[in-house]
Design a protein around this ligand. Structure first.
Ligand code: FRU
Length: 518
């Protein structure tokens, strides 16, 4: 029931995953914000508990906004969150478990020395929030608070020796002109090779990722760079990475206010993100809920060092049931073929497309710098040479409704350019009240080496989460079909390019998760 937004304070503690999230206990619109709390042993089957943090003190009386958890070296968790005070100022508070021997850590207390961080006179007191997980290198803890200075996005850095007294560093960790407010900053190390995650305090031969959520675009952007904790905590954005609105994204669709955490039980870093509704507030009031947390993803550095990779956590595969397979399925120009025998409204699909010949790929116009505009221009029904090919998800039998997720390949100056689209333009026969963008991102692959590209898509009634090329480009869409629902939803593979493509399709009907201990 009700409204949810940002994931907050994800952590693993004594065998249990905790996820907190922004929640309105009173309705399906944003407001009355508390930290709702759910626990799980596998991040698939969850138990909802009572809200863990809610307005009760002067330093958070007008709201308990986003924040993060840190598990201290003596195995004690601490939450940082933003409180809205009586002046509507944003201050940073901490909370600790009342009883460490409660396996679910149901109750949290707010010590009397709160707030631990408030904006000084030089800062914007009403745009200063979302503290990160803290990390410790040498004798000092550090954390970041997101903010803005006029239209400059700011990631303020704070240091502490004792975790209570925090002092603002002279230089912010990072700042970018003209981005507008940073929200929900996240800063974490990634290993140079392999897919193993690192603890936030790990320091060695690795890279660091800084992600910010930009209020103005409602997208998230990250850079990969080098972090020098011994040199005034300088973060230097790596060569070739773009800061701000043209930067890399975790997800090119509806995915915001995300946060990662290190999972020591499987040595991996997990990413959680919020997927907002794309229907109208009155629809949400009617259905009684709004917003969801996307499937958790493992994140790690691509071997090229040029981007991150993401993949749905392996635990999601425990929901897989009935499986169908199409092997070496030829898709001639204009064909669409149904993937039958699965519950198409709730399914996990994994495909590898083989492209026998790239010669007929359309020429790429270098002025096409915006993937989403390009996908708007060249949708799934616009014939190309190599592609568009991919999936028609949540489709009605006669294709009055469908959400295509597809690749299109162009011939670029130096190599082939690949576009991945998730287009909600035809997703619903409903005429009014829906936001139906053609989300898209470029996919940095070398087709000339492999002549293959993969697509994994998780479909769950109103959400389509796609992972292109092994997690290089990810797109989440929210769609609201009227006809293609439950047993009337279908799944097709299609090809609208002139060149024949072959597809190896595996699809699994997905079960509903259960409560944690069933
Ligand atoms: C991001 C955000 C955060 C804030 C929270 C309030 O979606 O605006 O910056 O802490 O939501 O619910």
């Amino acid at each position: 029931m009700n409204w949810i937004n940002d994931p907050n304070g994800p952590m693993y503690y004594n065998g249990i995953y905790h996820l907190f999230y922004q929640y309105n206990p009173k309705g399906a619109v944003w407001g009355n914000i508390v930290w709702a709390h759910s626990v799980s042993k596998d991040m698939v089957n969850w138990e909802a508990l009572e809200p863990a943090i809610y307005p009760s003190e002067s330093f958070d009386i007008n709201g308990c906004w986003s924040g993060s958890a840190t598990v201290l070296p003596e195995n004690k968790p601490v939450i940082f969150y933003t409180g809205i005070d009586p002046n509507q100022y944003q201050v940073q508070n901490y909370a600790v478990p009342e009883n460490l021997s409660d396996p679910y850590l149901r109750k949290w207390v707010k010590p009397a020395d709160n707030p631990i961080v408030a904006a000084d006179e030089t800062m914007n007191k009403t745009a200063f929030r979302d503290p990160t997980t803290a990390w410790k290198i040498g004798g000092h803890w550090r954390m970041v608070v997101a903010s803005r200075r006029k239209q400059r996005g700011m990631a303020y850095l704070y240091r502490s020796r004792d975790f209570r007294k925090w002092i603002k560093a002279k230089h912010p960790l990072h700042s970018v002109p003209n981005t507008g407010m940073f929200e929900c900053a996240d800063f974490f190390p990634v290993s140079l090779s392999g897919d193993t995650g690192l603890d936030n305090s790990a320091f060695g031969p690795n890279k660091h990722v800084l992600k910010v959520s930009l209020d103005l675009t409602r997208y998230e952007y990250y850079t990969i760079g080098s972090y020098f904790p011994e040199a005034r905590d300088k973060y230097v954005v790596g060569k070739g990475f773009v800061d701000g609105w043209n930067g890399l994204r975790f997800d090119y669709g509806n995915f915001y206010a995300s946060k990662t955490f290190f999972d020591p039980s499987k040595n991996r870093r997990i990413l959680w993100g919020w997927t907002n509704e794309s229907d109208a507030a009155q629809d949400d009031a009617q259905k009684g809920w709004a917003g969801l947390q996307a499937i958790p993803r493992k994140v790690w550095l691509d071997p090229s060092g040029k981007q991150l990779l993401q993949w749905p956590i392996e635990e999601i595969e425990t929901l897989r049931g009935q499986n169908v397979q199409l092997s070496n399925q030829e898709l001639k120009s204009g064909e669409h073929i149904e993937v039958k025998g699965i519950t198409a409204a709730q399914v996990d699909v994994d495909i590898t497309f083989s492209i026998p010949n790239l010669d007929k790929a359309e020429p790429f116009d270098p002025s096409w710098t915006n993937a989403q505009d390009l996908c708007g221009l060249k949708g799934s029904t616009v014939q190309g040479g190599v592609g568009p090919f991919g999936l028609l998800t949540l489709a009605s039998e006669k294709l009055e409704e469908y959400t295509p997720v597809f690749f299109r390949v162009f011939t670029g100056l130096y190599k082939h350019v690949v576009l991945l689209c998730s287009d909600s333009g035809s997703s619903s026969l409903r005429k009014e009240g829906l936001y139906k963008p053609s989300f898209a991102g470029f996919v940095d692959v070398d087709l000339d080496d492999t002549y293959k590209i993969s697509l994994r898509t998780l479909i769950d009634h109103s959400v389509v989460e796609s992972f292109g090329a092994g997690g290089k480009t990810c797109i989440t869409s929210r769609v609201y079909p009227l006809v293609a629902v439950f047993d009337d939803a279908h799944l097709f593979v299609f090809n609208n390019g002139t060149e024949t493509i072959t597809a190896d399709v595996k699809a699994w009907s997905m079960a509903k998760p259960d409560k944690m201990n069933n």
